[in-house]
Design a protein around this ligand. Structure first.
Ligand code: 5GP
Length: 190
C-alpha cells in the first residue's frame, strides 16, 4: 500500500531552507509542504494562508488546547506550530510531506513519528548567515541579533539529524535534498 513519508527540514533562519523547499516542491510532484501557524507579524510580501496562517496569541492557544498542532515551539519570541489534520491526511494519501520547522519542533515530531526523516540545512558560516539576514532588509538589528542567538542553539544540535546539507551552492544542495527525498519515497510509491 502507498503511504507517505515525513521530512522535517530545520536550520537557522537565513540558511536557505525556504528556497531549498521551493526547489524540492518543483522537482518532486508528490511533495507537499505544510503551512504553519504563527503569532509573528507578517513580513512585507507574506500572504496569510500561503506563507503562514497568521494568528493572535489567543487563537494559537486555542489550537494548542484542542490538540490541533502536531508540534509547536517558541522561536525568537513568537510561537509557531504545525496544524495536525492536514499533515495526517496528506500522509494517508501517500504524499511526501515536508515540515519546515525549528529544532525544538523537529524533536517533538521525532518523538511522535520516529519514522520521520530529519534534514538539517547549514549555512556555510555564521558570517554568511548574518550577511543573509541583514541582506533581507526586513528586520531590525534586535531581531537579527535574536535570530543569530537562536542559530547558535540550532547549530549545536545538527549532529542529531539524519542528514546535513551545507547550503553553499544552492543547486548542489537542492539536488542533494531532492535525491534524498526520492530515495526515501521510492519504496512507498505505488
Ligand atoms: P521565520 O520567522 O523566519 O519565518 O521562522 C522562524 C523559525 O521558525 C524558522 O526556523 C522556521 O523553520 C521555524 N518554524 C516555522 N514554522 C514552524 C512550525 O510550525 N513549528 C516550529 N517548531 N517551527 C517553525
Amino acid at each position: 500500500m502507498r503511504h507517505g513519508n515525513l521530512f522535517v527540514i530545520s536550520g537557522p533562519s537565513g540558511a536557505g531552507k525556504g528556497t531549498l523547499v521551493a526547489r524540492l516542491l518543483r522537482a518532486v510532484p508528490d511533495a507537499w509542504v505544510s503551512v504553519s501557524v504563527t503569532t509573528r507579524v507578517p513580513r512585507a510580501g507574506e500572504v496569510d494562508g500561503v506563507h503562514y496562517h497568521f494568528a493572535t496569541d489567543a487563537e494559537f492557544q486555542h489550537l494548542v488546547d484542542e490538540d490541533g498542532l502536531l508540534e509547536w515551539a517558541t522561536y525568537a519570541g513568537n510561537r509557531y506550530g504545525t496544524p495536525r489534520a492536514e499533515v495526517e491526511e496528506r500522509m494517508a494519501q501517500g504524499d511526501q510531506v515536508v515540515l519546515e520547522i525549528d529544532v525544538q519542533g523537529a524533536f517533538q515530531v521525532r518523538e511522535k513519528m520516529p519514522q520521520a526523516h530529519l534534514v538539517f540545512v547549514e549555512p556555510p558560516s555564521m558570517e554568511v548567515l548574518e550577511a543573509r539576514l541583514r541582506g533581507r532588509g526586513t528586520e531590525s538589528d534586535e531581531v537579527i541579533a535574536s535570530r543569530l542567538r537562536a542559530a547558535r542553539v540550532e547549530l549545536a544540535r545538527k549532529m542529531e539529524y539524519d542528514v546535513r546539507l551545507v547550503n553553499d551552492d544552492l543547486d548542489e544542495a537542492a539536488d542533494e535534498l531532492v535525491r534524498f527525498v526520492n530515495e526515501q519515497a521510492e519504496g512507498s510509491r505505488g
